[in-house]
Write a protein that binds this ligand. Structure first.
Ligand SMILES: [Zn+2]
Length: 454
């Protein structure tokens, strides 16, 4: 009998289905036959009674026959449960009360002993009729039994979910090869554990691994979001036993772009600058920093700008090229192309004026302007510089100013400042290095006008 399984949107059920697909080398859930599932029982029960895997079961299926010390034949008892569930399985229907698939009826009540996160007695009011547990059909409950094969250890456990089923499969294949090694060497270590305890860093690590494992160029053609369910089903407080970490599709695409770009190493430098470090942490040793919080990662997930990490203000240089920044601004920050082009053009003209007049003070003023008024005033002074230097074309038109440089005035000025400063560093860095001596003298003289607000 096939047509038992279908993707449900429930992370645990879908993780189990993905595991079965990879273990059976199949494409679609609907192709999985019941006898094929039965053929996997032996491997599953063998694995789950190994010490390291069995320890993990306390956080997945607490109070089950797998974890109860009084049960002598854990493998036999768990095999019995799997066979019972299989015997209750019917083909997909068009409707039903199962809270995962909605296409079959629940035959029995499942509690957290068989299905993670179906609540505890402390939350009895959340359950209909005051009974702890949930309505899952036996097929979905059976699928869940396979989900630990593809869990990831990160302090608590992680269940990975994506709308892009290829991503789930690439990840599950890595889990399978990891388990295959354990079986071959008879050294069982439990589900994949790479020493991460920080779920945000683990999310970026896993996604990076997925992108690099399957080095395809078409990631930008599809929308791929990735979500981590970081959970414990352990039967003890604390009760906040689930946290969710989401990577939106534009961030996934940006990572794929960055990792496949010629500036990949520069992107890694940007990431490294995001770690909250103490002097002790050695940023050459991944083991030392992998669990430190990373502001670049956290900002990307929160939808905040990471622009400041693209420049090294002390050295007045950029870590990536404008074209890389441009991709980030367009695809992640959703800035319109015309605005970016205008800012670039204006910054290039400013660079030219600074070089022509040898006036480093203007750069410093642009860098340090604290508000919209101050920043506008520096631009006004640069316009005067340009006229004095004999440039005929204006720095920008009124239209460019209102529509593209500061479309929202106070709200957008900071972003414009950051972008102009980025481009100035890119254009002026070499010149600044070569003219270091003169620049210092120029700053000492400092006979120019003070900044006045318009
Ligand atoms: Zn179901």
């Amino acid at each position: 009998m096939n047509n038992i399984f279908t993707y449900t949107g429930n992370p645990f059920v879908d993780a189990g289905i993905t595991a079965m697909l990879v273990w059976l080398d199949k494409e679609n859930p609907e192709e999985i036959e019941d006898y094929e599932v039965k053929n996997l029982f032996n491997e599953l029960t063998d694995l789950y009674v190994q010490k390291s895997w069995n320890m993990m079961m306390y956080s997945v299926f607490p109070n089950s026959k797998l974890t109860n010390p009084s049960v002598k034949d854990k493998k036999g008892e768990y095999d019995k449960l799997l066979n019972e569930l299989l015997s209750e399985v019917v083909a997909l229907d068009s409707h039903g009360n199962c809270i995962a698939c909605g296409k079959r009826d629940s035959k029995r009540y499942f509690t957290k002993t068989q299905v993670p996160l179906t609540g505890t007695s402390d939350f009895i009011n959340f359950f209909s009729y005051g009974n702890g547990g949930a309505d899952y059909c036996s097929a979905c409950a059976l699928a869940i039994q396979f989900s630990p094969l593809v869990f990831y250890k990160c302090g608590n456990l992680v269940c990975l979910q994506s709308n892009n089923k290829e991503v789930e499969k690439i990840y599950a294949k890595k889990c399978k090869s990891f388990i295959d090694v354990q079986k071959a060497t008879k050294e069982y270590t439990g589900c994949n554990d790479e020493g991460y305890t920080n779920p945000v860093n683990a999310l970026f690590h896993l996604v990076t691994d997925i992108i690099l494992t399957y080095d395809r160029r078409e990631w930008h053609r599809e929308n791929t979001g990735v979500r981590l369910y970081h959970f414990t089903n352990f039967n003890q407080p604390p009760l906040d036993n689930l946290s969710i970490y989401d990577m939106p599709d534009e961030i996934f695409k940006f990572l794929a772009y960055a990792l496949q770009h010629e500036e990949r190493d520069n992107w890694k430098k940007v990431i490294k600058r995001g770690y909250f470090t103490t002097k002790k942490a050695n940023l050459d040793d991944e083991e030392e920093y992998k669990n430190l919080r990373n502001d670049v990662y956290e900002r990307l997930l929160r939808g905040q700008s990471i622009l400041k990490y693209f420049v090294d203000t002390n050295q007045r240089r950029t870590l990536v090229k404008w074209s890389f920044l441009e991709y980030y601004m367009k695809e992640v920050r959703k800035m319109e192309a015309k605005r970016l082009d205008t800012i670039k053009k204006v910054a290039d003209d400013i660079a030219q004026v600074i070089k022509t007049k040898g006036n480093i003070k203007r750069l410093a003023q642009l860098e340090t302007a604290k508000n919209y008024g101050e920043f506008r005033n520096v631009l006004r002074l640069i316009i005067k510089d340009r006229i004095n230097a004999g440039f005929e074309k204006p720095l920008f038109s009124i239209d460019e100013y209102e529509k593209y440089l500061f479309p929202e005035g106070n709200l957008s000025w900071k972003e414009t400042q950051d972008l102009i400063v980025f481009r100035l560093y890119e254009q002026l860095h070499d010149w600044l290095v070569n003219n270091d001596k003169e620049i210092k003298e120029d700053l000492v003289e400092d006979e120019e006008e003070d900044i006045e607000l318009i």
